[in-house]
Design a protein around this ligand. Structure first.
Ligand SMILES: Cc1cc2nc3c(=O)[nH]c(=O)nc-3n(C[C@H](O)[C@H](O)[C@H](O)COP(=O)(O)OP(=O)(O)OC[C@H]3O[C@@H](n4cnc5c(N)ncnc54)[C@H](O)[C@@H]3O)c2cc1C
Length: 433
C-alpha cells in the first residue's frame, strides 16, 4: 500500500524529535492531517470527587499544543485541535476526509487502551491503522521476554534488560513535512485555559523552586542545559533525594509524561555526556531511574486493570478506610505532621513534589492515616504536572504494599525521614512559613 493521505492522531507524544511516524513517513504521503483531541472526560471527577486534571497539567498541555502547532507550521504542516472523545472524533474526521492510513502511538494503561480499542472498532473496516511505541526507553519488541513473563521484582527486570535488551537510537526531527489540508480542515484557536479547567492556576512564583513550561522547545532547552553543567549529572545519585531547590534531580519527568521529550533522546545525551566527562555511579543512576519508569509501564501492561484496583496485583490490601476528613487534611497539607504538610503544600501550590516527598506522603496516607491509596493516587493525578498513569499508580501500589514491592509491610517513618533528608528543616520552613 502506498498511502497518499495520512492522518496522525497525536496523544502523549507532543513532539517532533524521535517521533517514529514523522521520521518514517512514506514519500508517497502528499497530505498529512495532524490532529489532537482534547477529551473533556480528562477534566471529569473521580472518587472522591477530584477532577482528573488540575490547573498545572492543563496549563502544561496547552503550552505543549501551542508549541507543537508552531513547530508543525515551521515544517509546512499544522495541527487541528478538536474537543471530544478521540474514539468518536478520529472516525468522524476519517469519514469525511477518507485518509489512506491513520497513525497513532500506543499507550499501555487500560483506560487509554480502551479508547484505542473503541477507535479501532469504529474505523477498522474502512481505514488502515498503524500504531507505534514511543513512550519507553526500551522498545517493547526488544524485551528479552514476553510481557506476561515480566518479573514482578524490578531488580530481576533490570538484570535481564541490562544483559539482553539493546537500546534503539532516537530518530531525528523531520526538516520538512507534507502539507496540511487547510481547505478541508481549517484550524481554529486552541481552547483557552478557562474552557477546560474550573480551578484557576495558583500563584506559585514566590515559593516555587523551578518553573515548568510545556512544549518540546522548553524540553530540549532544559535537556541541553542539564547536561551542560557537568556537576549535575556527575552528582545525581548524591543529590537526587533532595527536597529544596530546582536542580537536585533532573526535572525531566513532566516533559517525558507529555511526550515533549523522548527517553531515547535523554539516553543519547547521557551517553554523549559519559563519553566526554566519564561515566560514574551517578550517570548510571539516571539510566537506572529511566528503567524504573519503563518497568512500571510494562508492569501496567502486564496486569492491566488490576494495577488500579484496591488489592492491586497482590490481591491483598492494607486496612484502609474511606475517611474523607483525614484525606482532606492530608490533601491540603493540614495533618499537623510538618514534613508531610510541607510536601503536600508544595504539591498543592506548584504541581511538583520530590520523589523522597512522594514516597513519604504516600506511606503516611496509607500506613499512618489508613486512607484508601487510590484517593491519594487520584489527588496526585489531578495535581502532578508529570502525572503519568503507569508511574503514578505503579508507585502508589508499590508504597501501599499491593504492587511490585518484594518487601512486605514497608513503612516510612516520616519523622526519621525528615531528620535524615531535611536536617536543618529548611524545606519545612520554606513551605510552612
Ligand atoms: C507515590 C508516587 C507517585 C509518583 N507519580 C509519578 C507520576 O505520576 N509521574 C512520574 O513521572 N513520576 C512519578 N513518580 C516517580 C518520581 O517521583 C518522579 O518521576 C520524579 O520525582 C520526577 O522528578 P525528576 O524528573 O527530577 O526525577 P529524577 O530523579 O531526575 O529521575 C529521572 C527520571 O526517571 C524517572 N523516574 C524517577 N523515579 C521514578 C520512579 N520512582 N518511578 C517511575 N519513574 C521514575 C522519571 O521519568 C524521571 O524524570 C511517583 C513516585 C511516587 C513515590
Amino acid at each position: 500500500m502506498t498511502p497518499k493521505k495520512a492522518l496522525l492522531w497525536f496523544r502523549n507524544d507532543l513532539r517532533l524529535d524521535d517521533h517514529e511516524v514523522l521520521a518514517q513517513l512514506p514519500e508517497s504521503v502528499y497530505q498529512l492531517l495532524c490532529v489532537f483531541c482534547i477529551d473533556p472526560r480528562d477534566w471529569e471527577s473521580q472518587d472522591p470527587g477530584i477532577s482528573r486534571t488540575g490547573p498545572f497539567r492543563t496549563q502544561f498541555l496547552l503550552e505543549s499544543l501551542h508549541q507543537l502547532r508552531h513547530d508543525l507550521r515551521a515544517r509546512g504542516n499544522d495541527l487541528l485541535v478538536r474537543m471530544g472523545p478521540p474514539e468518536l472524533v478520529i472516525p468522524e474526521i476519517s469519514q469525511a476526509w477518507d485518509p489512506d492510513i491513520i497513525y497513532f502511538e500506543k499507550e499501555m494503561a487500560p483506560y487509554e487502551n480502551q479508547v484505542e480499542v473503541e477507535l479501532i472498532n469504529n474505523v477498522r473496516s474502512r481505514w488502515f491503522i498503524k500504531t507505534y511505541y514511543g513512550k519507553s526507553l526500551i522498545h517493547p519488541l526488544d524485551l528479552p521476554f514476553d510481557i506476561d513473563q515480566l518479573p514482578d521484582v524490578f531488580t530481576k527486570f533490570r538484570n535481564l534488560v541490562e544483559k539482553k535488551a539493546s537500546l534503539r537510537p532516537p530518530y531525528p526531527a523531520p526538516e520538512k513535512l507534507p502539507p496540511y489540508p487547510h481547505e478541508e480542515w481549517p484550524v481554529h484557536d486552541i481552547p483557552e485555559f478557562e474552557e477546560l479547567c474550573k480551578e484557576a492556576l495558583p500563584n506559585q512564583e514566590a515559593k516555587a523552586q523551578f518553573q515548568y513550561s510545556g512544549g518540546e522547545k522548553k524540553a530540549l532547552e532544559h535537556l541541553n542545559a542539564y547536561f551542560s553543567v557537568p556537576e549535575k549529572a556527575q552528582n545525581y545519585k548524591e543529590t537526587r533525594n533532595g527536597l529544596l531547590g530546582g536542580h537536585f534531580s533532573t526535572r525531566f519527568s513532566a516533559w517525558l509524561s507529555m511526550g515533549n521529550l523522548s527517553p531515547r533522546r535523554i539516553m543519547q545525551q547521557l551517553k554523549e555526556f559519559e563519553a566526554e566527562h566519564g561515566a560514574n555511579d551517578s550517570t548510571y543512576w539516571i539510566f537506572f531511574e529511566l528503567l524504573w519508569r519503563d518497568y512500571f509501564r510494562f508492569a501496567v501492561w502486564k496486569y492491566e486493570e488490576k494495577f488500579f484496583q484496591k488489592n492491586g496485583i497482590k490481591n491483598q490490601a492494607p486496612a484502609m478506610q474511606a475517611h474523607l476528613g483525614r484525606f482532606e487534611q492530608w490533601r491540603t497539607g493540614q495533618t499537623g505532621q510538618p514534613f508531610v504538610d510541607a510536601c503536600m503544600r508544595e504539591l498543592l501550590h506548584t504541581g511538583f513534589m520530590s520523589n523522597r516527598g512522594r514516597q513519604n506522603v504516600a506511606s503516611y496516607l496509607v500506613k499512618d492515616l489508613n486512607v484508601d491509596w487510590r484517593w491519594g493516587a487520584a489527588w496526585f493525578e489531578n495535581r502532578l504536572i508529570d502525572y503519568d498513569p503507569c508511574s503514578n499508580y505503579g508507585n502508589w501500589a508499590y508504597v501501599a504494599g499491593v504492587g511490585n514491592d518484594p518487601r512486605p509491610n514497608r513503612w516510612f517513618n516520616v519523622e526519621r525521614q525528615a531528620e535524615m533528608y531535611d536536617p536543618e528543616q529548611s524545606f519545612q520552613h520554606h513551605w510552612l512559613s
